[in-house]
Ligand binder design. Sequence first.
Ligand code: GLU
Length: 295
Amino acid sequence: MPRATRSSPPNDGVIVTRFAPSPTGPLHLGHAYSALTIQALAGDAGRVLLRLEDTDSTRSRQEFAAQILDDLSWLGFHWQGEVRTQSDHQAAYNAALKDLARRGLIYPCSCTRADISRAGAKLGLQGLVYPGTCRHRPMSEAQDGDALRLNVARALEHAGALPAFTETGPLHAGTHQPDPDTLIDRIGDPVLRRRSTGDIAYDLACPHDDAAQGVTHVIRGADLWDSTPLHVLIQTVMGWPVPIYHHHALVTDETGRRLAKIDRSKALARYRDEGVSHAELIAMLPPLPITPLAP
Ligand code: GLU
């Protein structure tokens, strides 16, 4: 039986949101725009949290994490409370995996990328859709170094009807009902624990932490829009609240000619070193929201 899912987290009338960069490189203008958009949409009354999504052990670096904190202070991004660092919470993610395993919702997978493309996988919304080669394998056969994948079809059965989620971002504003066929055919069984490294995947750590931190509003870039129905599925199966979502436009050429002349992949710290002022940097970004979200 699925656990009861609340349609939205308790928020006592206060927005709780977060900026969740991965310390796999320095922050760029796109990150600056995201952080400041989050702060603007939270408004003075909102609670803004900072989370370092450092689950990718091969790419995350302590020095990037330190640089991110410096850059955010320079940007004028203020967070409340302690920074949450995902690598400190491995036990909690393992407990979630154990719970999914007990209910038969994950399976071990030893397929390499080459195996997956050789099996004729089709291109979906997030790259190749896993063709299900290892889906029959029970968890009792899991080997060290196997990936663990969510069995999406079984999770959907387990979840029953998925709740609709609210999106307040400009590109997809409205109420959205996650579509089971899209989840099965165009997303496929996502990795929740990675092959070889055993790293926890974003698609588990992110919804886990949003629930653990009492996040009421997930504000992030439009590149993560396609992950949202999967996160709603995981939230429903785990009994975690489904937050309100807001996907903001990305800082790309298409969003404004003003950005055409600048190097979007340049680290924020380089602008700072070159003497660019805070105001000049803000002027390079698309306009920030002026009205905070309603709690
Ligand atoms: N860590 C993700 C990134 O840097 C953001 C995840 C999120 O906001 O949900 O792209």
